[in-house]
Structure formats: C-alpha cells, structure tokens
Design a protein. Sequence first.
Lengths: 378, 378
Amino acid sequence: MGENHKKFEDLHRASGFINLNPLQRGGVLSDAARRVVPEWCDGYSVCDFCEGCLDRIKNPPVESFVHETLPEFLGTETARVTNGARESKFIVMHSLCEKGDCIVLDSNAHYTSYVAAERAGVEFFEVEKTGEPEYEILEDKYAEKIEGAKSKTGKPPKLALLTYPDGNYGNLPDAERVAKICHQYDVPLLLNCAYSVGRMPISAKKLGADFIVGSGHKSMAASGPVGVLGTSSEYAEVLFRKSEKYKIKEVELLGCTSRGLPIITLMASFPAVVERVKNWGEEVEKARKFSKQMENLGMQQMGQRPHNHDLMFFAAPIFFEISNRHKKGRFFLYKELKDRGIVGIKSGLTKHFKMSTYQLTGEEIERVVSAFTEISKL
Amino acid sequence: MGENHKKFEDLHRASGFINLNPLQRGGVLSDAARRVVPEWCDGYSVCDFCEGCLDRIKNPPVESFVHETLPEFLGTETARVTNGARESKFIVMHSLCEKGDCIVLDSNAHYTSYVAAERAGVEFFEVEKTGEPEYEILEDKYAEKIEGAKSKTGKPPKLALLTYPDGNYGNLPDAERVAKICHQYDVPLLLNCAYSVGRMPISAKKLGADFIVGSGHKSMAASGPVGVLGTSSEYAEVLFRKSEKYKIKEVELLGCTSRGLPIITLMASFPAVVERVKNWGEEVEKARKFSKQMENLGMQQMGQRPHNHDLMFFAAPIFFEISNRHKKGRFFLYKELKDRGIVGIKSGLTKHFKMSTYQLTGEEIERVVSAFTEISKL
C-alpha cells in the first residue's frame, strides 16, 4: 500500500456544466437537503436514533415519512425505502415468484428489470413495442402476452411489469388500461416509475397498480443509492414479511436498507419535490417547445408525439453527417457541447441520443438550444 | 400534501458529542472524504462517467480501486463494492445455495447473517458459544456442526460463516483454524469482517477464507450504505456471473450497486484507512487500558481477555443498582452521559452495554473515563 493511493483522495466532478443526462436531472439535491448533508454524511448516521427498526425512528421523523407521508405520496397503503428502484423490483419478484415462475414485462423495460428477473430465477415474456418512430407499448398486447405465457409454461405469470415512462423514449403508456387487463387475469401489476415518482403527479391507486417503484437518486432529489416501494396492505404482508428469528426485522429488506445520507436527503428534499410535482405541466410544455426547436434544426424526436415527459430521444442524422467529416469523429458532439458548458449526452453518440430538459431554467434552455444550433452548422 | 412536510427539511444530528457506538466509530469520514462530499452528493453523481459498467469507470479511478486496490487490501483475487455487508452476505448465499440447502454459522453472528440466510431460503446450523463471561466460539465445533448438518439434511452445508469479530463482544476467534476445518469438509468459509476490514490488518488469503465481507459505513470511513465483498477468481465466476441478456451486467449486483456518494467517500477515505490500520496495535492497547479503568469502577468486561478489539461489552451491576434509585430509572445512564457530552450507549441500558474506543483521542478517553467515574458515584 503506497503513495499511489493518494489518487483516491482528489476526486472532482465537473461543476458549472448544464447536465442533460435524464438520470441526473431529477437527482439534484434541494437546498434544504444540501444544507443537512454535512451533519449526516458520516457512515451510518441515522442509526444513532434507532431502537431496532430504522423505519420506526421518530426523530428524525423517519417513521412518519415512511409510514404516512410516502404511502400518501405514492397512492398506496404502505411503503418502504429501499436501496434503489432495481432493488425494489427484485424485492417484489423475489417475494412473489419461485424459481421457474414467469413474469410479463414491456420491451421498453430498463435493463435492471430483466436482471432482477434473472436474479430471481424467473422467465420473462416481453410485450413488444411498435417500430420507429414511436416505439410504443400497446396496452392490449398485455392480454395476448399473459395468455401466451400461460399456454407456454402451463401457469399464469406471477407478475406484470410496466415501465412508466421508459428510460429511452420517455413514453407514458396507458397504465390504467394495462392494470385493468392484468387484473382480468388476476396478475398483479408493478409500475416502474423511476422517471415519474418525484417528477410528475402519480398515484398507484388511481392507476390501479399493485406495486409502485420509484428512484430517490433519479427523480426524488436524493443522494443515491435510494429507492421507494409502495404496495397494498395485502401484498405488504408478503413483501415485508418478518424474520422468524428476529421478529421485528423484515427479511427482504435484510433488516434495514437505506441507513445514512440517502434516506436523510430523501426526506429533506421531499417538501421541494412535492412542490415541483405541481409544476409538471410546465415541464411538459418546456420539453415540447424544446423538441420543436430541435426538430427545426433537422432532428426528429422519437417516441410519443406530442411528448408527455421531459425525457426525449432524438434521431440526429445531421450530427451523424458532421461526425463523418469532423476531426473528432463520433466524439465531436460530446466535445463541442462540453466546450459550450454542456454535458450529459453520452460520449461517442451522434445519430441517436436521449436527454432531458427537467428543471432547466429558461436561460439554460436557451444556452442548450444555441449550442445545438451552432453545432448543427459546423 | 401540506405545511406539515416542512418538518422533513429541518433535520439535525447532535454534534460535538463523543459517540461510543461501535457502529459509528469507524464510519466517520476522513478529512479528504469530507472535502469531496459537496461535489458528489447529488443523486447518482458517479454515473456521469459511466459507459455501462460502474466498476470500469476510469476517472474517478473506480476501476483501479475495485479491481486492483481493494483485492490487494482484502487479500483476495477479486472484489466488488456492494450496498453493505449484509448485501454482500446475501449475494454469496444466494449464489451458492438453492432453497432448502443449509449453512453453518457461529452463534455470535450478526442478525443480518441469519436474515440473509432466511431470505435465501437456507436452513442454518449454529456453532454454539461458551457461556459467560467469554462467549467464545470454539473453532473445533465447526467440524461437529458440519457433520451434524450433513447427517441431519443428508447433504453437506454449502457455506460456513464466521463473524470476525462479532458485534456484541468483539471476540476474534482463530479464523485460520476454522478455515482449515471447513476446507477439510470442502465447505467454503465466509468471514464477516464488518468490524475488522478498515480497522485492523486482515487478509482473506492469510486466514484461508474464501469470501470476505466488509462494511464501508461501519469500518471504512465511508458514507452509507456501502460494503465490500472479496473472493477468489474461482468463486468470482459464480458470484459475479453476467446477465444472459445484458452481457456486461452482473446479475447479483443488479448491474451496479453503490452509485453515488458511498463509493466516492469509500475511495476518498481509503488512503486514511490504510494508514489507520497500521496503528491497530495502539487501538488494542487503548481498549485494554480503558477496560481496566472500567473494571476498577466495578464493571466487568465480557468476551476475550485480554481483549483484542476496540468493541467491548461490559456488565455493569453498579449502574443497574443506581438505576433502581435514580429518578430517571433505567434511562439514567443515557441521560447522565449525554449531560457530559457522551452518546452512543443505547438508551435504557444499564446492566450490560457495548461500546468502542476506536479512534478516540487520549483527551476524549479521559473525558469518557471521568464521566463513568462520576456517574458510578451517584
């Protein structure tokens, strides 16, 4: 162990840039959360106040947050804080399914939905999407797929999953309709709302979902890794079953989950998150206006149109064309944007890329549009 | 959603106190880590630099940390960063065992070892401990228990687990001997080192362990939740198997784990952690001296004597006696210590309690001894 370890101390993240990465736009801490960080960033911190159940800590008010506020916010009867949306999904699959069971999911699902299914030893059947340019999930296909899964495996799927919206195109399918279809087959529905809970108004109850999963670091202005999981009282008994040996510890949560800054920042940002959700209409308008400006430059916004979410996917033949003659090749777009104070579009991409306008100010949007305009003229 | 959410914003942790809680003493951030917190506390942060594999990020140097530095530090061929020691243990059990398999563990194991086994659907056989006052795990009992498990279930245990040290008494069994015994039966050994990795010098290779688990927030000066998991190349293929659909994503890690401040603080504190491990001898001396001072006040230190770890368990009949006549009853000790600027002993305990002197300065130790002396005279 020598001097070369010094490199681990001096870690810097570029600051002062506009970050267009959809997974970063909703995770920026609120001012209130940022203020409490220094007091809570050591190790386990919250556990100072624990008498055996993290979610029963009264001060700081973890108990009322987890057991009252969060279920109300998610439109569920019960909720928990987890280590992330992917961990929430695994908890549901691992609780509901035995190895060899099957589930149905949309083909726009995040990779972690598939990997969680694989970890739970579960076979999956994919509801296909329509082709370019919409890449939409057609709700009625869930009936077909559930029947197909049943006839192929001899038993009904244990779970259906819908990504709401998906993380590529920002499409919002009719979740209520999917829930109705699934329930006709007695299949419970999980909504993966990693890009909606904390950004837009959403209620599991209104949509008829049995499970709702959210991401603290993606969309609830919290320091990662942290997620949320809401469900009905009925399913809570299955998901949050207690240990036989340790009567107060929940097996799927391994006793407790988010034991430090993540849950503290999730709580401290919450009032600001509640407020920003109210302005969702403006966020959608902002995205639509931006989409038009990008299309005026010769790009095409894929996915639902008019778009209903800040996460957008663009086909940009114009940038692909420039990359063929630019000295930086396919890295030119990343480089040119960075030179203009903008990051978050994956290095090396030109032809297709996704981005988000969430929580950008009018001035920032103008800077982004100007940058794309200038670059399109290279 | 109303005004009552404001309570989630104003979260404070008592500061300026000496915290004797063993699980907090090793989690205090290094100065270097504290410095980088403001830059990295938003959401996912590290993912700015990810091209699909978090553990392959080159800048910040996650790749060299995870794939070179950490295995060297743990004495293993390979390592990963996880969401915590409990999650590391579940990864091992879930990878090695089928439902209905069995494992052997020491009866000083942390509750999360049992809960992880329960989550993995695995039966456990406990290696009993000796009685008061040592509560020791006798190494040879592992042979007996492995044979017992085999004759009872008809198949050998898939795993043995040893807690090194345990979190109640701070006992350090002869892990090398346990490893030898387990290997005679072809049973791999997992060492739960949540209270040793990052505090004392330790090498899985030297001890002969197949898996080693550590805790970032408990003992590596990192912001929770974060853990480490090291193993051999042979077992790495099983534990860190890749997804069939997403070839670069590891199934048990659900793609990636610690995606934010936890891994950044783990890295930033690492050089300081390497240095403090070198001073382990002084920490043991400090604990032994403190133990003597407590015994001079009429308490008895349980567990191994002389003690080999900063985590100590005291029987304190003298405080129990005072609690019977103090107006605060059994809460008197917590109250009296807090009045003297000391926290971390569980509220309500008097007769028995655990605590740690890890990383306390000489002056702080003196304050703690004075406080206990004053309180013993009440």
